[in-house]
Design a protein. Structure first.
Length: 187
């Protein structure tokens, strides 16, 4: 369904332009930002007007609670997907983004940081001779903990990668997890 309604949009830059409300190729304003269109249509009593009978518009506008939930979801989506910058460098959220940034910049800084982190973890296991006890513990408990890389850039431009365990996804152990702190005076 091609819509014949044009809407005057004022962009964040202050410029204004006429945009088609709904298009077949999903490139209209309603297709890109339905929440804002629903709020506007509801405030101006346009839900039953000619040209505003779009698929899902009335259902979305049914309750204020539903509109606010969709607005919060859209805000969270943009917050989770916007690029993070530290000291003028773009910081990735996952391995794929890190490799894409390296390819785009024409260097291997994040790949080198990942390799250095994995190398340091392996060396610490080998030097502390805990690899056997960790393997035995893993075989006996059989708890799988997901791991992921966390990236950062230091103020002097050094790219860092840390391997972290995502322990919040596992069940709480039955035995006590309390860790006390003792002051020097108490000892």
């Amino acid at each position: 369904m091609q819509c014949s309604i044009n809407v005057l949009i004022e962009w964040e830059s202050g410029k204004t332009s006429w945009q088609l409300l709904h298009r077949k190729d999903k490139a209209g304003i309603y297709d890109c930002d339905p929440v804002t269109v629903v709020i506007y249509a509801r405030e101006n009593n346009l839900l039953d007007a000619n040209g505003w009978k779009l698929p899902g518009l009335k259902k979305l506008a049914k309750t204020q609670k539903r509109i606010l939930r969709h607005a919060k979801q859209a805000k969270l989506h943009s917050f989770r997907t916007k690029p993070i910058c530290m000291y003028g460098f773009e910081v990735p959220r996952n391995h794929e983004q890190a490799m894409a940034i390296d390819r785009r910049k024409g260097n291997t800084k994040f790949a080198d940081a990942e390799n250095a982190e994995i190398f340091m973890i392996l060396m610490s296991f080998l030097h502390s001779k805990t690899l056997d006890s960790v393997a035995i513990l893993a075989l006996t408990t059989r708890r799988c903990v997901c791991i992921s890389m966390v990236y950062a850039v230091k103020h002097h431009g050094r790219h860092k990668a840390r391997l972290v365990a995502r322990g919040h996804l596992t069940e709480t152990p039955i035995n006590s997890v309390y860790s006390s702190v003792v002051s020097l005076r108490g000892i």
